[in-house]
Design a protein around this ligand. Structure first.
Ligand SMILES: *Cc1c(COP(=O)(O)O)cnc(C)c1O
Length: 379
C-alpha cells in the first residue's frame, strides 16, 4: 500500500471555473481576486482581505505596512517554517528568536516578552501546524511594550481561538494557499486586515504602489493617469488562482471536519503505542490539523530518521517535524539558546494526514508504526 504524505482535495469542477476565467479574457488580478478576497474576509471574520502571491509576501507586506524596516527587531519563534524569519529579513529587519511552549509548538508569550529590546518593533506569533497561539496573552505583551502584532496564520485557515476565527482577532493575519496547507490555490496568500486604510495601502503596495488598480482603470470612461506615491512590489494573485480559491473555500468546512475525524482516529490508536506522544490538545482553540505531529519519546531505541526510513520502505511518506530556524545555516550565526525548540525539532515527526486519507491507509500507518516501535523496544 502507498500512503502519500499530503494531497489537496478537489471536487472536480475546479477546471471549469478556471476555464471560465480564461474565457473571460481577464487572467491577472481582477474581478475574481476581488470576489475571493470578499468571500475570504467574510469567512474569517475580518473587515477586509488582501490577496497576494503567497504567504511569505503577505507576511513581508504586512510587516512593512506596520512600519518594520532596517534596524528593527521582530520577535518570532525559531520553531517554524523558515519563511517566518525570511519575511522579517525581506523587510531589512532582524528576526529575534524566542522559545516555544513544547506542548503546543507555539511561541511562548513569556519567552517573547523576555526577548523585547529597545529595537523591537513587532511580535509575530505563528499558529503552528494550524493550532492557534495564545493570542490574548500576546495582545497583552504587545500593549505593554507598544509593539505591533502580525500573525503568521499560514496553516490556520478555519482555526478558532476562544471560539473566534483566526483572522478576526488581530490587525493583520497572513494565510497560505500552498498545497501543503488547509486549502489551496497552487500558490497564494491572503492578509486579513482590520483597518480599511491599511487594506488600501496593502492593495497599492502589492502592485508596485500604483495608485489605481487595473480594474479601476479598465472600468473608467476617461483616461486615467496613474502615479506612484511610494515604492512597492509585485505580489499579485491571478484571477485563475482566485477562481480555484473560491471553489476551495466552499470545501473548507468538510475539509476541516475530515481532518479532525482522522486526527481523532490517530490519537485514539496511538494511545496503544507508548513510544509515541500524541499531540497536546489545549482547551482554548480549535485547530485545523494541517499536520499531525507525534513526538518520539526519549529512550526509544530507534532514531526518528530510522523510523521514517522503515516507514518509507513500507510505502508510507512522513516528514520530520517543524524545523528550528536558528539551527539552519541561514540563521545559525547568532547563538540563540532555545532548549524547547531544539527538543521539538529533534523528536517530532509528521504522519500522513489529508482529507482523502482512507481509513485503510490510516490503519496501515498505525499498524506499521506499532510493528516498528515494538520491534525496537523488544530489541
Ligand atoms: C507554509 C508556511 C509559510 C509560507 O507560506 P507560502 O505560501 O509557501 O509562502 C509561512 N509560515 C508558515 C508557518 C508556514 O507553514
Amino acid at each position: 500500500m502507498e500512503v502519500p504524505f499530503a494531497r489537496p482535495r478537489f471536487r472536480g469542477d475546479e477546471g471549469e471555473a478556471v476555464s471560465a476565467t480564461i474565457a473571460s479574457g481577464w487572467v491577472s488580478q481582477g474581478p475574481r481576486v476581488r470576489e475571493f478576497e470578499q468571500a475570504f474576509a467574510e469567512r474569517v471574520g475580518a473587515p477586509e482581505a488582501v490577496a497576494t502571491t503567497n504567504c511569505t509576501t503577505a507576511l513581508q507586506l504586512a510587516l512593512y505596512a506596520t512600519g518594520v524596516g532596517p534596524g528593527d527587531e521582530v520577535i518570532v519563534p525559531s520553531l517554524s517554517f523558515i519563511a517566518t524569519a525570511n519575511a522579517v529579513w525581506q523587510c531589512g529587519a532582524t528576526p529575534v528568536f524566542a522559545d516555544v511552549d513544547p506542548r503546543t509548538y507555539n511561541l511562548d508569550p513569556v519567552a517573547a516578552e523576555r526577548a523585547v529590546t529597545s529595537r523591537t518593533k513587532a511580535i509575530m506569533p505563528v499558529h503552528q501546524l494550524g493550532l492557534p497561539a495564545d493570542m490574548d496573552r500576546f495582545f497583552e505583551v504587545a500593549a505593554r511594550h507598544g509593539l505591533a502584532l502580525v500573525e503568521d496564520a499560514a496553516c490556520a485557515i478555519g482555526a478558532t481561538y476562544r471560539s473566534r476565527p483566526i483572522g478576526s482577532l488581530g490587525p493583520l493575519a497572513c494565510f497560505s494557499f500552498h498545497p501543503r496547507k488547509v486549502i489551496t490555490t497552487g500558490e497564494g496568500g491572503m492578509i486579513a486586515v482590520h483597518d480599511p486604510d491599511v487594506a488600501e495601502r496593502l492593495r497599492r503596495l502589492r502592485q508596485h504602489a500604483m495608485d489605481v488598480s487595473d480594474l479601476a482603470r479598465h472600468s473608467a470612461n476617461d483616461i486615467v493617469v496613474e502615479s506612484y506615491p511610494e515604492r512597492g512590489w509585485n505580489a499579485r494573485m491571478t484571477d485563475m488562482q482566485a477562481a480555484l480559491g473560491l471553489c476551495q473555500l466552499e470545501l473548507l468546512d468538510e475539509v476541516r471536519a475530515d481532518r479532525r475525524r482522522l486526527a481523532e482516529r490517530y490519537t485514539a490508536a496511538l494511545g496503544q503505542i507508548s513510544a509515541l506522544e500524541p499531540p497536546y490538545e489545549p482547551d482554548y482553540a480549535e485547530r485545523t490539523w494541517q499536520s499531525y505531529a507525534v513526538k518520539l519519546r526519549r529512550g526509544v531505541p530507534v532514531t526518528r530518521t530510522e523510523l521514517q526510513r522503515r516507514l518509507l520502505r513500507d510505502g508510507i511518506a512522513t516528514r520530520r517535524g517543524v524545523t528550528a530556524i536558528h539551527a539552519e545555516r541561514a540563521y545559525s550565526d547568532r547563538g540563540f539558546l532555545l532548549p524547547h525548540t531544539d527538543a521539538c525539532a529533534r523528536d517530532a515527526m509528521l504522519l500522513p494526514l489529508f482529507p482523502d486519507l482512507s481509513d485503510e491507509q490510516q490503519d496501515y500507518v498505525i499498524e506499521r508504526l506499532a510493528t516498528h516501535l515494538s520491534a525496537a523496544v523488544a530489541a
